[in-house]
Design a binder for this molecule. Structure first.
Ligand code: SF4
Length: 413
């Protein structure tokens, strides 16, 4: 592994979809070197030796701090022992209420795992967590490494102060197979132990079964083993999703590993991903002809059977409008269920997404609106009726009937 520090110009990425998250990638490249890694897609313009040469944004802590200061936030949790910047005393609680709405600092990795081996040496992720804590921000991480346990002290402090969640990716229960696809990441058993430790320490943690690898990781046996182990280690939630392979290196490297380790499946994979889909999705007709299971639906059904929640509860950062985010989350959830699980054409999915985004970004608190005002919002009647129902009753019948209402929003447990 070759660690290469450099000074980055930018770090914080925002999204037009939500005002409640920003995304950080403090590394470029990932030594875990998973053969299906989407970070190797041409669209990210990563260097050729992505799995070997790890570029570190050595000034990432400064960039995050500058960003937060510019937005008007202050490090009111920073103590005198901190070496990051000079200590300033913020004892007045009123200061908190005068701050702008916060957001979740998300390190979910597109082009890196924030706890890959280089982190052991450079501790950039730890420094970013320290800043999140100093400024009182919630965090959300995704990793395949038990190195995250090194920072359990800090994560606990963040969770007590605002919210900390660590999602762990597990794709294959069988460790021999797992090592083929994720050669330098922690073993599957170590990842489950990580969830267990995080939960024992009161930190939010769940499992991402992404990607579910067709023909290899999509058996009921593999998924059931992961889900029942997740339950055993007290994971809060599970998400599953399919394998996408975009044109270029991403697809090439994956196919190479199939050719080496599972040559019997090579032709099937070639056919399945021969459509050159712009998002790397498989050819649905070919998937059907192979009787491939829909990885989302299958994961959802297995979770229901095991009484596990197939959804990552929404973290509501301080200062955001609770009702608006609750409504937005409910609308996204209804759209998800109708589209991915019930395959229903009853509702206009795009309109639900548009309405959810609108509610999320609306500066006015919807709970202060009258029913008449809600009905004038620019959505169809079925959507405004759901909004009125949530405002009036703090309930959504559709979601309640599916046992999907109470866990929508994250609570500390
Ligand atoms: S851990 Fe994530 S970012 Fe790293 S190689 Fe694997 S898929 Fe890519």
């Amino acid at each position: 592994m070759n660690i290469q520090p450099f000074k980055a110009k930018t770090l914080v990425r925002t999204s037009s979809q939500t005002a409640t998250h920003v995304h950080l990638n403090p590394y470029q490249g990932c030594y875990h070197n998973c053969s299906y890694c989407f970070g190797k897609s041409d669209e990210y313009f990563m260097h050729k030796d992505y799995g070997e040469r790890i570029r570190v944004k050595i000034n990432a802590p400064e960039l995050l701090e500058e960003y937060l200061k510019k937005k008007g936030f202050i490090p009111y949790n920073r103590d005198k022992t901190s070496t990051l910047v000079d200590y300033i005393s913020y004892s007045n609680n009123d200061i908190k209420s005068s701050l702008p709405p916060k957001f979740v600092i998300s390190m979910f990795g597109n082009v890196c795992d924030v706890y890959q081996p280089a982190e052991k040496k450079v501790e950039i992720t730890r420094k970013l967590l320290q800043i999140a804590y100093d400024y009182g921000f919630p965090v959300r991480l995704l990793t395949k490494s038990n190195l995250v346990l090194r920072d359990i002290d800090l994560l606990k402090k963040i969770h007590q102060d605002s919210y900390a969640r660590v999602a762990i990716t597990v794709t294959l229960y069988d460790e021999e197979m797992q090592k083929i696809f994720e050669p330098n990441a922690s073993l599957t058993s170590e990842r489950f132990d990580t969830v267990k430790r995080l939960r024992e320490n009161g930190i939010s943690s769940g499992i991402y079964i992404t990607p579910v690898i067709p023909f290899i990781g999509d058996s009921s046996e593999n998924l059931s083993q992961i889900i029942s182990k997740a339950k055993e280690v007290n994971a809060e939630f599970i998400i599953s999703g399919g394998l996408t392979l975009s044109l270029g290196r991403n697809k090439q490297e994956f196919m190479d590993s199939i050719k080496t380790h599972f040559p019997e499946y090579l032709e099937r994979f070639k056919l399945l991903y021969d459509n050159n889909d712009k998002y790397g999705q498989p050819n649905s007709k070919i998937a059907e002809s192979y009787n491939l299971l829909d990885p989302i639906k299958k994961g959802y059904e297995l979770c229901k059977r095991n009484n596990m929640f197939f959804y990552e509860p929404r973290i509501i950062p301080e200062g955001q409008i609770n009702t608006n985010l609750l409504i937005a989350t409910a609308l996204y959830r209804i759209a998800f269920l109708q589209e991915k699980i019930y395959k229903s054409e009853e509702i206009n999915i795009k309109e639900y997404h548009k309405a959810a985004k609108y509610c999320e970004l609306l500066p006015q608190d919807i709970s202060s609106m009258t029913n008449g005002e809600i009905q004038t919002l620019p959505f169809s009647r079925d959507i405004t009726d759901i909004i009125s129902e949530i405002v009036d009753t703090n309930n959504c019948q559709f979601l309640s009937s599916k046992n999907e209402w109470k866990e929508l929003i994250a609570t500390k447990n």
